[in-house]
Design a protein around this ligand. Sequence first.
Ligand code: NZQ
Ligand code: ZN
Length: 379
Amino acid sequence: MENFTAYNPTKLHFGKNVTDMLGETVLEYGKRVLLMYGKGSIQKNGIFDQVINQLKSVNAEIFEYSGIKPNPLVDDVSEAAQIGKLNNIDVIVAVGGGSVIDSAKIAALAIANITDPWAIMKYKAKPKTTKPLIAVLTLAATGTEMNGAAVLQNHETGEKIGYVSSLNYPKHSFLDPEFTYTVPKNYTAYGVVDLIAHALEAYFGDGEASLSDRFVEVIIKEAMEYGPLLLKDLKNYAYRANIMWAATTALNGMTNYGRKNGDWGVHDIGHNISYLYDTAHGATLSIAYPAWLKLQKDRIPERITKLGNQLFGTNSADETIENLEKFFKSIDCPVNLSDINIGKKKEKEIIEQMLKNKINGMVHEFSDEDRIKIVKLMM
Ligand code: NZQ
Ligand code: ZN
């Protein structure tokens, strides 16, 4: 086992009606609130009204920034930060999925350090402090509610990249599984894929970590058991709750203690596909993971076989890959680029993107030849 420091400062409130405490929680940090959200789902499903009522109940002064899109843009973060700075806000309340919460994490840093968000993302600015962030999660997938990561894209530089900092943890996160009842079937399935992919990125990381491996295995089993049930019954509280908590634990540190780091090569591939075609994050991962495993199966056959043995009771790397692919298909997720109408004509463009941005894993590094192979394996 590698040495490690366990650190997770987020206070996470989980269950029915937990946002009844939102107002008084916000008040701990001040009354001037920057409220950030996406493109309107929270107005349709009533979450917006609940949040506003909570903020009004403590006489908060609300400054809004909305319209954050899936695969969020750094431009939106710059604009939100501008509003935050001009109004001298005390705290950010972010209501949404990963895109909104990630945008709020970087806006919080940009406001507190009066700096350019992209300089933060590229590790050029070195933020020393941040504004307090309170997250109200409406979609189970990314784990951003209890981790220090944020992912943004920039059309000027042609990148979608992640930034990790211990300053990024939300102070509080509110997770009411009922808030995810209206997440459509496809995004619900992408969330299941995303959480499985996070567990796998840890599993293919660096270092022997027996307990963390077992956490990975049970988190994936949880997702494979309750994901399909949930997709048949989208308003089932128990299924929503099980998947929501599984998604949080898949990327809140638990699966990585005792390793040097996770791999994250599949995420790098996925982010570049999202960048090019605005593909939903989870959909890029159900395509990229099988391809990555095919690339690695002769390099790390024992590891891939062990995974399949734990998850499916199989005894070869090929069977692991086959079963994982079968699972993704069973929840209507794409496993090839052609499944999302990205055909052979785009192969060159994708290869160029992968080569330009030098997509890579932290443990299983890619050569240029691998970068080309992986694209062909995804077609
Ligand atoms: O924009 P609105 O109207 O809110 O609609 C969203 C969006 O269209 C909708 N939605 C969210 N909650 C809903 C809902 N619709 C109905 N009812 C609800 N309750 O769902 C769509 C997708 O939202 P988004 O926030 O993009 O999804 P997700 O949570 O999957 O976040 C994906 C982003 O997070 C990044 C991804 O790369 C991607 O940019 N990631 C962040 C990570 C992190 N910070 O740790 C790790 C991940 O690996 C990932 O990279
Ligand atoms: Zn992910």
